[in-house]
Design a binder for this molecule. Structure first.
Ligand code: ZN
Length: 134
């Protein structure tokens, strides 16, 4: 399996406008646009930083995964995403090594990426996302 880079760092925010205010207006990162991923009940906004991006995540529903994360742990870093060359083969390799996966089959993420999450129990408590972009 080949990891190419840190694709993005996902940060859970209660309020997207406050998040944009800090990351964009104050830190000066450019705001690349936002997108709602209905399937995951989340609105995302991307801010490129060099080779990687900051991804802000705001829940669109009180029962969404981001709302639940904030309820338990508060706002903050929710996941780290690695870009891989081939997500299907990466998942197959991890599975063969006995790594617990949340997604055995990639799903569709923001920006048309193919994404899959590994289980935090298998990664020292870090929610790891793999992503492949065309
Ligand atoms: Zn992500």
């Amino acid at each position: 399996m080949k990891i190419l880079k840190i694709d993005h760092i996902g940060i859970a925010v209660e309020n997207m406008d406050n998040g944009k205010n800090f990351w964009s207006d104050i830190l000066g990162l450019s705001f690349e646009g936002d997108e709602t991923v209905a399937e995951q009940k989340v609105k995302t906004a991307f801010f490129p930083v060099g080779e990687s991006e900051v991804e802000l995540l705001e829940s669109t529903s009180p029962d969404g995964p981001i709302a639940k994360f904030i309820e338990k742990k508060g706002e903050g870093i929710q996941h780290i995403a690695f870009r891989v060359e081939n997500i299907e083969s990466a998942l197959a390799e991890l599975k063969s090594k006995g790594v617990r996966l949340i997604d055995e089959i990639p799903r569709k993420g923001a920006g048309g990426a193919k994404i899959a999450f590994l289980h935090p129990k298998a990664t020292s408590g870090v929610l790891v996302e793999l992503c492949e972009r065309g």
